[in-house]
Design a protein. Structure first.
Ligand SMILES: O=C(O)[C@H](CS(=O)(=O)O)OP(=O)(O)O
Length: 238
């Protein structure tokens, strides 16, 4: 994709081409909800591309909670939808989640194959993600942009967050309009159309500092865990 950034930016259809350090962005709503889940005590999020994979994981591990959506709407038999506001109100502490969404988790599963390190990010985790990436120039995957969604979405909410993270990573002032771009994005309009609560959109557009999520493979597939923060005091004596 052509963007104002030097970093490579891929849409979801090209996620499998990503290599090196990869940041998959889904601000509305997958990785906003994911970041809030770990902030609320979820130790691990298993990512799947298909609802059938989520049900299979629960059959094998009945203690997990299933979270996600199909076309933005709750999935019958899942415990939670893909809603950050619902997540905050739920008791998830200590529970492992299986997360399936139409754009975000599918993009992450596709991008993982070629990645040396993969982060799943949103505006909530922009600062933590920029810190975790460090000096490596990452490839960003704008998960909301794909041929499947071209008629109603250009992925601008995710691109805005990619630009925000990249500015932070380079020590520059991040754009002042990131939240505005999320709230006024085609993805937000689409969610409003299907009846998703405005609070979910506002939550995703609020730049609080949440944890970023790093992917690894285990015996259950792809899993996300929080990256420990690397904050240092300003006057570090070392
Ligand atoms: O639930 C969401 O916010 C979206 C639904 S869709 O992609 O617009 O159909 O999924 P996500 O994967 O979180 O972007």
């Amino acid at each position: 994709m052509d963007t104002a950034m030097d970093a490579v930016v891929l849409d979801r259809d090209h996620a499998h081409e990503a290599s090196g350090v990869v940041v998959v962005i889904d601000v509305l709503r997958a990785f906003t909800t994911g970041s809030l889940a770990v902030a609320n005590g979820v130790p691990t999020i298993h990512l799947v591309a298909d609802p059938a994979d989520a049900f299979a994981l629960r059959d094998a591990h009945p203690d997990v909670l299933l979270m996600g959506e199909e076309g933005g709407l709750p999935i019958d038999g899942f415990d939670l939808s893909n809603s950050p506001v619902e997540l905050i109100a739920s008791d998830v502490r200590g529970r492992e989640l299986v997360h399936r969404t139409s754009s975000g988790t599918r993009a992450a599963v596709a991008a993982f194959a070629g990645a040396d390190r993969l982060y799943c990010a949103s505006l909530l985790s922009a600062v933590a993600t920029a810190q975790a990436i460090g000096e490596d120039t990452p490839t960003y995957v704008v998960s909301g942009r794909s041929a499947e969604r071209a008629a109603f979405d250009d992925g601008d909410d995710d691109l805005a967050v990619a630009e925000h993270i990249e500015a932070l990573r380079l020590g520059r002032t991040p754009p002042a309009d990131t939240s505005h771009r999320i709230i006024t994005s085609p993805a937000a309009a689409r969610l409003r159309e299907i009846g998703v609560a405005e609070a979910d959109i506002r939550c995703a557009a609020t730049p609080v500092h949440g944890p970023t999520l790093m992917a690894a493979r285990d015996d259950r597939g792809l899993r996300l865990t929080p990256v420990p923060p690397t904050w240092r005091p300003v006057a570090d004596p070392r």
